[in-house]
Design a protein around this ligand. Sequence first.
Ligand code: MD3
Ligand code: FE
Length: 221
Amino acid sequence: MTMRPYPKSGDLFESERLRTEQLAPGAILLRGFATHEAPALVDAIEVISNSTPFRTMTTPGGRKMSVEMTNCGDVGWLSDNRGYRYVPEDPVTNKAWPAMPIPFEDLAKRAAAISGFENFLPDSCLTNRYLPGSKLSLHQDRDERNFDAPIVSVSLGSPAVFLFGGQCRADRPRRILLENGDVVVWGGPARLTFHGIAPLADEHHPLTGACRLNLTFRKAL
Ligand code: MD3
Ligand code: FE
């Protein structure tokens, strides 16, 4: 039997090394975890948005959000004058949301597992599209039926400053740069932290041009 020595860390390419960072208990940043998959993910988002287009939504308070959104999976998140909720049909097309592509689900499961959340089964994937100036105000994700499952987020394209707050809205947020291929897993004590995205800068990325895409995988039901 031939045995290959386990590679010393110096033998690993930078792109093969796991760059994990615990931002807080339950919040694990996997830098570059999806970089290799990024072009395929962007292509799949293009396909999804051809059947269920990106649209801006209105908050229950009547403000138009600057981020454009679409969904895939069993249910999709939406916001309108009646509130925030998950629905099985897209109100724009009056059809079911497209199925979650297997490579999406697979990536979300691998990221969750490596972060200590085995058996994550997302049933919803919200895709956010940011253009220069688009932002997402500080908020909590609390429209899911239970908070035991983590949320997995994948950043694609142009970089953004992520605002990582605390358990109270008034906690001053830390600013963390999220770049193409970065994946963050939010579970346990981090599941209800306040978070947002600062206005996107006007930067060019070879994959997406000026725009940033973000996937958030959730177990909504
Ligand atoms: C921390 N999206 O769609 S991803 C959202 O980049 C959302 O589009 C942002 O916040 C974006 O709701 C941020 C990072 C993220 C997502 C969900 C979280 C951080 C989170 C849930 C709980 C705590
Ligand atoms: Fe959120």
